[in-house]
Design a protein around this ligand. Structure first.
Ligand SMILES: Nc1ncnc2c1ncn2[C@@H]1O[C@H](COP(=O)(O)OP(=O)(O)OP(=O)(O)O)[C@@H](O)[C@H]1O
Length: 680
């Protein structure tokens, strides 16, 4: 069918009919569930004594509930498609055929009935690859049965809103750029949005990559790393539904606000949301038995602003050299940690020599602090077999305690202190558990030590791990992750955005940790910022090889001010929120104290004149809102705003200054103002 308006009308009509059919089948399904309940309650006293009938009844109920659930998911997708059923079309002439076939592409598959030829193809379907990867001319796509070649005879892009066709372009490179410019030039949505209409070729290659076990994406700020990683997840879920569920995917995300910011994409793409976790939170939980409190990463950053010489000690403890020292310490620990003794209780007797022999020769591969459990288990089992019965619980507990008592200590805090002392580092305060607090730089060394000495819990349920902001994880953290996860991974980040004195290029050490099977991809084109903003940011970090998407805006303004409140007064005048141009704006500071003062200023002004919402975001915040956000550079990472006011203060000589300013600058979509306050 040639005429797109006609086709749109037809599709909308069929969508409506399909939704009606689902509605009535859902009603029928719910009636059946009710009847099954009624039947059960009326008859359950008479159901057969072995419970077969009851089992059958429950099974039927479960099946019906699941069927209804699936129908609801379908209905949800079709209702969304009523707004915009498709956005692209390719006409493809298969090799050896005479007439081209037409494929319309949208957010999901749609056929008049299950099993019929789709009227619309999901953007993730094999054939949809044609739309993203080729212009008119020779083309091919990978179908389940092999590569299918041919020629694209025409390719179209559409914008449909509320069921109405807004535009239709027969696409070529120039038009594609215009469409993308329009998308990027629009005001920032509140949350990160899906990009299926305009996925770029280099991005599509990453999204559709299924062969590499570990994909490492080093991408410049605003190149679409986070977007691409999430679309990749949607793609993988679509193509491997049998083995991969959303519960099998885990995202390591930097904080709650970022998680909230990206939380829309997967549901928008018709997938359930995936689990996310902060690695720090996980580490604190794992160390609960060792210390009562741990310093948080963000507190450490704040501390770095107050005591900049701390940075070096902190960096040292995350280095590969430090890990080497810890490994060496662990190797030499065996003799020092053990005090072998005989074990006796009632008729159970084992000599110290026997225990030692088992410890060193029977279970040498067990981590040191888990090994005595294995020895005890083995010897107790052996004894129970000779007795021909199990030991009572109290005898077993007594024996296990004697075995465990052969460790001089099992307290990781003490053991870590031995290490610090041996290698000439300042030791931790020797205090009871209630008073123990680890500084952030010691958190991962202690966790690393724990997994060197005790069996590391494997996360078998996780089949795909996504690590965002990869540059902020140290070699030691990757080593721990490698022990915990043996699954596929998507690791992404930008070395220029490292929170640290120097940019960290994790690609230089990842292959040492994960071995072969790593594919490294560089994304060098930035989509977020205008040319003016990207040029300014690049000059800060010395980046010269970034490709810029040609979208222009206001030049960046650098403004000097004497104090923070005056800078805020100036910002107030420049904000274009509310009824004006923009949806989102941010005032970004170096430190929490500055952010707090700025937020107090804006809250006060807003009490007098209610123009928009103002949200102060700190490390405890969980949500991302429309309006003005006031926060620090380290919490603004990963986010974007229409207008950004970067308050760089008087930190020019601070080691984090350059990276922080770069992070602030690259958050801006359309307008950037940089405030350097100088003391009067
Ligand atoms: N193909 C595309 N089509 C439309 N918009 C895109 C495309 N690629 C990226 N964008 C937009 O560019 C912006 C940056 O994307 P994203 O946040 O995923 O980048 P990033 O590389 O993770 O950024 P950063 O590291 O700076 O936080 C977003 O607004 C995103 O929607």
């Amino acid at each position: 069918m040639e005429n797109v308006t006609e086709y749109l009308k037809l599709v909308l009509e069929k969508l409506r009919r399909r939704i009606e059919r689902i509605d009535s089948s859902l009603k029928e399904g719910e009636r059946e569930i009710e009847q099954m309940h009624d039947y059960y309650w009326e008859n359950y006293t008479e159901m057969d004594q072995y419970g077969y009938e009851e089992f059958d009844n429950r099974q039927a109920l479960l099946n019906q509930v699941n069927a209804n659930q699936e129908q609801k998911i379908l209905r949800h997708r079709f209702r969304r498609m009523l707004d915009s059923p498709f956005f692209g079309r390719v006409d493809f002439l298969y090799e050896g055929e005479e007439e081209a076939e037409t494929f319309y592409i949208g957010i999901g598959n749609f056929a008049e009935e299950a099993g019929r030829i789709p009227l619309i193809y999901d953007w993730r379907a094999p054939v949809s690859g044609l739309f993203y990867d080729y212009d008119k001319g020779p083309a091919a796509y990978q179908a389940p049965g092999g590569l299918l070649s041919g020629e694209i005879t025409s390719k179209w892009q559409y914008k449909i809103q509320k069921g109405k066709l807004i535009y239709a372009f027969e696409s070529d490179l120039k038009i594609d750029d215009e469409v993308l410019k329009a998308e990027l030039g629009a005001n920032g949505d509140i949350k990160l949005k899906n990009i299926i209409r305009t996925i770029q070729r280099e991005q599509n290659a990453i999204i559709r990559n299924t062969q590499d076990r570990i994909l490492v994406i080093q991408g410049v700020a605003g190149s679409g790393k986070t977007s691409v990683a999430l679309h990749r997840i949607a793609y993988l879920l679509y193509h491997d539904r049998e083995h991969l569920k959303s519960s099998n995917i885990l995202v390591l995300s930097p904080n709650q606000v970022f998680s909230d910011y990206i939380s829309h994409i997967l549901p928008e793409l018709g997938e359930e949301n995936i689990q996310e976790m902060s690695f720090d939170l996980f580490a604190y939980r794992e160390l609960r038995e060792v210390v009562s409190d741990c310093e948080e990463k963000y507190d450490q950053i704040e501390r770095m602003f107050l005591e900049s010489e701390e940075q070096q000690a902190g960096d040292r403890k995350q280095s590969e050299a430090f890990m080497g020292e810890l490994d060496q310490f662990v190797l030499e620990l065996e003799d020092r940690l053990m005090r072998f003794e005989k074990v006796e209780y009632r008729s159970f007797r084992v000599s110290a020599n026997r225990v030692m022999e088992m410890f060193y020769y029977k279970f040498p591969d067990f981590p040191l602090l888990s090994r005595m459990d294995a020895v005890a288990e083995y010897l107790i089992d052996e004894y129970e077999t000779s007795l021909g019965r199990d030991l009572s619980d109290d005898v077993r507990v007594n024996l296990e305690e004697q075995f465990q008592g052969m460790y001089v200590t099992t307290d990781l805090y003490d053991i870590y202190n031995w290490f610090l002392e041996d290698f000439g580092y300042e030791t931790l305060a020797k205090v009871p558990w209630e008073k123990r607090r680890l500084q952030y730089e010691d958190v991962y060394p202690v966790l690393y030590l724990k997994y060197q000495l005790c069996t590391c819990p494997k996360r078998g349920l996780i089949k795909h791990l996504v690590i965002d902001e990869m540059q902020d994880y140290s070699p030691m953290q990757y080593r721990i992750l490698e022990k915990m996860f043996q699954c596929k991974m998507t690791i992404l980040g930008d070395r220029a955005q490292t929170i640290g004195e120097r940019a960290r290029d994790v690609t230089s050490f990842l292959s040492k940790i994960f071995g072969r099977g790593i594919r490294r991809i560089v994304m060098n084109k930035s989509y977020r910022n205008t040319v003016e903003i990207a040029g300014y940011a690049n000059s800060l970090s010395g980046i010269t090889d970034m490709e810029l998407f040609e979208r222009h805006g206001r030049p960046v303004e650098e403004i000097c001010f004497t104090d923070l409140e005056r800078a805020c007064g100036e910002i107030w005048e420049r904000l274009k929120l509310g009824e004006e141009e923009f949806e989102t704006a941010a005032v970004i500071t170096m430190t929490q104290e500055e952010a707090r003062r700025a937020a107090a200023y804006f809250s006060k002004r807003l009490r007098q004149e209610e123009r928009f919402f103002c949200t102060y975001v700190d490390k405890e915040s969980t949500n991302f809102h429309k309006g003005l956000t006031v926060t620090t550079f380290y919490l603004a990472k990963g986010l974007e705003f229409d207008q950004v006011f970067a308050i760089c203060g008087e930190w020019q000589s601070h080691p984090l200054y350059c990276q922080a300013k770069y992070i602030m600058a690259t958050r801006a979509l359309h307008e950037l103002y940089v405030y350097e306050t100088v003391q009067s």
